[in-house]
Design a protein around this ligand. Structure first.
Ligand code: ATP
Ligand code: MG
Length: 509
């Protein structure tokens, strides 16, 4: 007999259940409405993409790509790893064929592994199957051969949106192209409150391919306006949801040039070298790998030191300064309140100028509900035309947590009408009644077996129904149905054909 096993959701993943899912639906519905009013359309990219796409877009040195992705080999249907010795010969044939057709990676490295497998397998068979060492070698290489394209579950969606923009030639659409998405993302992180391995994001991107004559300093006012409108849309969304304690922080991280961010990073690096001994190991390492990220540090003992470091605002080039000033002016025009935070950085090369983060109440140390920024150049980095981009990603799990903390959670679904019926004839009438009421939009519970009325009313109560429709011999004979208001116990007769009208009046008043 099979062992009794209790399955549980994998660590860092969870089931979202009613009534909480009502809140999720409300949040997503509100996003669709608000984003729609700003002219955004929904994109639904796949959940997995080539690993290379994320490596390129997010950056190979980031934590996300270097250690947090769920990556696997997406092998062709024709091939499986050999399980027994009899599989080796056909495996060798298939693998050779597939690497020739390009269905499995035909990199020098992989071809070499295939060759090594072939050689050791040959040596083994020529030894009349006695050379155990060669067999072990063959086994080893059989497992080493990459059968894949390497794919990953998406850790974020901006890369996919940019990939789709290029793939579908969206540069030919009226510009800018405004897209939003929502759905699960996957990162192998240490699970804690507000941090999961499968979590949900709602995000949006504005992409605009440069037209002839476009680009350069004259675009600054327009770009700044786009940035401000994206942020305005976010704040409208949060306000519509009643999110509390919303704080918007903004910064400009300049652009990758010697007279701007690159120059600043050099100065920052020098300043960091001077205080290196006082920093923790993470920050010490980042002086070399990514000095900007030191500014992100939450370590208590580093805070005073960081406060004394050179600030990027003092090292922006004129264009970036102008752009930042215009973003702030545009936010003012829109009545959006913000705080400047010079320590707000995104450690990737293609991020530029406007960056922002939004925090909300009730989330402990994981209080960032949204991060975003401008990323002109990313589409080009992924093989598309020169294109500007700005976008954000909201952590939906955290957004929901914050709403729940503020008492804005979902409510038990309940029912409008519980149809209590007794007798065979009554069942037919009850089915018809349920059909009519559901078509009119009422939430109806129709029990599958007949119940004594006392028991039926008890169940109606437990489900939180507002009305019980009672159908017995008497009601069927007269066409006068009994309706009971469960809260008051009040009971009255209503003609069958007036039932929808009656309940509409009662429920909607
Ligand atoms: P954090 O600093 O909290 O790790 P991040 O910089 O990694 O966030 P982004 O990649 O900018 O986050 O993603 C945008 C938003 O997605 C975050 O502000 C957060 O609300 C949410 N988010 C990121 N990672 C997780 C996670 N593991 N679980 C739940 N939400 C997450
Ligand atoms: Mg993170």
């Amino acid at each position: 007999m099979a062992e009794k096993k209790k399955f549980q959701a994998i660590k860092g993943t969870r089931d979202l259940l009613p009534p909480e899912t009502e809140l999720w639906n409300r949040v997503e519905q509100t996003a669709r409405e608000v984003f729609g009013t700003f002219g955004f359309g929904e994109i639904r990219p796949p959940i997995f993409e080539p690993t290379e796409l994320f490596a390129r877009a997010v950056g190979g040195e980031t934590d996300i790509v270097s250690k947090e992705m769920y990556t696997f080999e997406d092998r062709p249907l024709e091939v499986d790893r050999p399980r027994v010795m009899g599989d080796f010969e056909p495996y060798l044939m298939t693998v050779k064929k597939l690497s020739e057709s390009g269905s499995i990676p035909s990199t020098t490295e992989n071809l070499e592994k295939i060759k090594n497998f072939e050689t050791s397998w040959e040596v083994f068979t020529k030894s009349s199957w006695t050379d155990v060492h060669s067999l072990m070698e063959a086994e080893f290489y059989a497992g080493e051969i990459s059968l894949g394209p390497d794919v990953s579950l998406r850790p974020e969606a901006t890369a996919s949106v940019c990939r789709a923009y290029i793939e579908h030639g969206m540069h030919a659409l009226p510009q800018p192209v405004k897209l939003y998405y929502m759905g699960p993302m996957f990162r192998r992180e240490r699970p804690q409150k507000g941090r999961y391995r499968q979590f949900y994001q709602i995000g949006a991107e504005v992409l605009e391919t440069l037209q002839p004559g476009q680009g350069g300093a004259k675009d600054i006012p327009k770009d700044a306006t786009v940035d401000a409108e994206v942020i305005e849309m976010l704040m409208t969304f949060f306000a519509r949801l009643g999110l509390e304690g919303v704080q918007l922080e903004i910064n400009s991280i300049g652009h990758a040039a010697d007279n701007c961010r690159r120059g600043y990073v050099q100065k920052l690096k020098m300043a960091l070298e001077e205080v290196k001994e006082q920093l923790g190991p993470d920050s010490q390492r980042r002086i070399e790998t990514n000095p900007l990220r030191v500014l992100d540090s939450k370590l208590e003992r580093e805070q005073a030191i960081i406060a004394g470091l050179p600030k990027i605002a003092d090292h922006l080039c004129d264009d970036c300064k102008k752009q930042f000033a215009e973003v702030k002016r545009q936010l003012g025009l829109r009545g959006v309140k913000y705080q400047e935070n010079w320590r707000l950085v995104r450690g990737l090369d293609y991020y530029m100028r406007t960056t922002f983060e939004i925090t909300a109440r009730g989330l402990g140390s994981q209080n960032a509900v949204c991060g975003g920024g401008r990323y002109d150049g990313l589409v080009e980095l992924l093989g598309g035309p020169p294109t500007k981009g700005i976008g954000f990603a909201i952590g939906e799990d955290r957004l929901i947590l914050s709403l729940q903390e503020a008492g804005k959670g979902g409510v038990a679904q309940g029912r409008d009408v519980f149809v209590a019926w007794m007798g065979e004839k009554a069942q037919a009438t009850a089915i018809g009644a349920a059909q009519k009421l559901r078509a009119a939009g009422f939430r109806v519970e129709l029990p599958p077996v007949e119940q004594k009325f006392g028991k039926a009313l008890g169940q109606a109560d437990k489900l939180g129904a507002r009305y019980a429709l009672i159908l017995g011999d008497d009601e069927i004979a007269t066409g006068q149905w009994t309706v009971k208001t469960l809260a008051s116990g009040e009971q009255r007769k209503v003609a069958a054909q007036d039932m929808v009208k009656f309940l509409k009046g009662e429920i909607e008043e």
